[in-house]
Design a protein around this ligand. Structure first.
Ligand SMILES: [Zn+2]
Length: 422
């Protein structure tokens, strides 16, 4: 047998069902051979592969489902701001916080993330550490910190800019410092848009002429329309979008990251807090805040519930993202985001596409990953049972591989360098 470098090993993974990630294809009784180069080498019935490669390790998951590793398109790995002991969070602790957040991805079946604003340098340094072999983390595509107007949404945590040239200058600074995407924020729970059309146009123009993409936080109107007109690549949340907005986005190739889970969780938290403080006097400041939040999050939750399917049906590219920034919120609960999509009317196989091939296309890496296809990266996920019929099977993660290397199996993460030789 030809010798291979230590640590590189082929693996044969078999399961009854295979969801390719294209939004429609489910194959049965196929197995995947991962190559020593970390790519998917062959897809064929198990007996054919074992005949050809009798010495390779076989992982047979019986009635399980094999699919591409998932991609969470809206994360904030270094979002420490909601921690109650924020005073403890210096740069070293923030890095460790971000690291545990990133590594939590594997047990959710997530192998790629797009970070949509973390503290300066966090994602860049995580990626450097991974390249050097210090840590094993999912693939990261990242922005720098977000950009808003002075006093705009999340101003305490992002860069504040005013006027088209400040917008351009900040984007130039971010690209210089390694940003791979740009994140802009322009609405915050009112109908008054924050950045002007001129500023939004400048942001998109500066990104596109430099060859990078940009996403924007916009939840209300007319902010959503302004962002469509500016031509952002992705609109985050678009909570109160209309059917006409969805059609325009489909036509212009603007992808939509609904983040249903985030708004549903905020709605639930709000409802619970209101019940907790039910006897409080009318002027109670805690109660007043809860009431104000409730007035936004209740219609937000309902907007997704009642309209997700009709927007999806316009053909707009939907990408799944979790956006968990609340204290003690679950880390990267992408399974729950997809579960809401299915509850609101699409099939599990369609929901899987929003977390596999759709993100790959939006990130421009569709030649490398996002599908179970020969020649693509062996970023794979196996869950128990028939996921094509039951989206909750995503909660039963059996195996996750990243570039053909096992990173999670049967409840154990393999993320230290000592475990890299399998
Ligand atoms: Zn966010």
């Amino acid at each position: 047998m030809r010798s291979r470098p230590k640590g590189d090993k082929r693996m044969i993974i078999a399961a009854r069902y295979l969801i390719t990630g294209d939004g429609k294809t489910v194959l049965e009784n196929q197995a995947v051979l991962t190559g020593a180069d970390g790519k998917i080498q062959k897809i064929a019935p198990l007996t054919d592969i074992t005949r050809e490669y009798p010495k390779e390790e076989v992982k047979d998951y019986g009635d399980g489902t094999l699919l591409p590793g998932l991609c969470d398109m809206h994360v904030h790995l270094g979002y420490w701001y909601s921690q109650p002991d924020g005073f403890n969070y210096g740069s070293q602790l923030i890095m460790l916080y971000a690291l545990q957040h990133a590594q939590a991805a594997f047990e959710r079946g997530i192998t790629s993330v797009r970070d949509m604003s973390s503290a300066h340098g966090v994602c860049k340094n995580l990626k450097l550490a991974a390249e050097k072999g210090f840590v094993t983390i999912p693939r990261i595509t990242h922005t720098d910190t977000g950009i808003c107007m002075t006093g705009g949404h999340a101003w305490e945590e992002v860069e504040q800019v005013d006027g088209p040239w400040e917008v351009r200058k900040e984007i130039r600074r971010q690209i210089r410092d390694g940003a791979e995407w740009v994140k802009v924020l322009t609405t915050h729970r009112t109908h008054t848009p924050e950045l002007t059309q001129e500023e939004l146009d400048a942001a998109v123009d500066e990104c596109h002429r430099r060859g990078i993409k940009c996403g924007v936080h916009a939840g209300t109107n007319p902010g959503i329309q302004m962002c469509i007109d500016a031509g952002f690549d992705t609109i985050e949340h678009a909570t109160f979008m209309t059917l006409d907005h969805a059609k325009q986005m489909a036509e212009k190739g603007i992808a939509w990251t609904p983040t249903i889970m985030a708004y549903t969780l905020l709605y639930d938290i709000c409802k619970e807090n209101m019940e907790k403080h039910a006897g409080a006097p009318a002027g109670d400041p805690v109660m007043q805040k809860e009431m104000k939040d409730y007035q936004y999050f209740e219609p937000a939750y309902k907007a997704y519930r009642d309209h997700f399917k009709e927007f999806y049906d316009t053909g707009v590219t939907v990408i799944a993202g979790t956006d968990m920034v609340m204290y003690q919120s679950p880390l990267l609960p992408l399974n729950r985001e997809l579960k809401y999509m299915v509850e609101y009317g699409i099939t599990p196989v369609q929901a899987i596409q929003t977390a596999t091939s759709n993100p790959a296309k939006v990130l421009g890496v569709e030649e490398e990953r996002g599908l179970v296809k020969e020649g693509l990266d062996a970023d794979l996920l196996v869950v128990g049972g028939d996921l094509s019929k039951d989206i909750t099977r995503l909660g039963d993660v059996k195996l996750v591989t990243l570039g053909g290397k096992r990173v999670f199996e049967n409840g154990i993460r393999y993320v230290g360098t000592g475990n890299l030789t399998m």
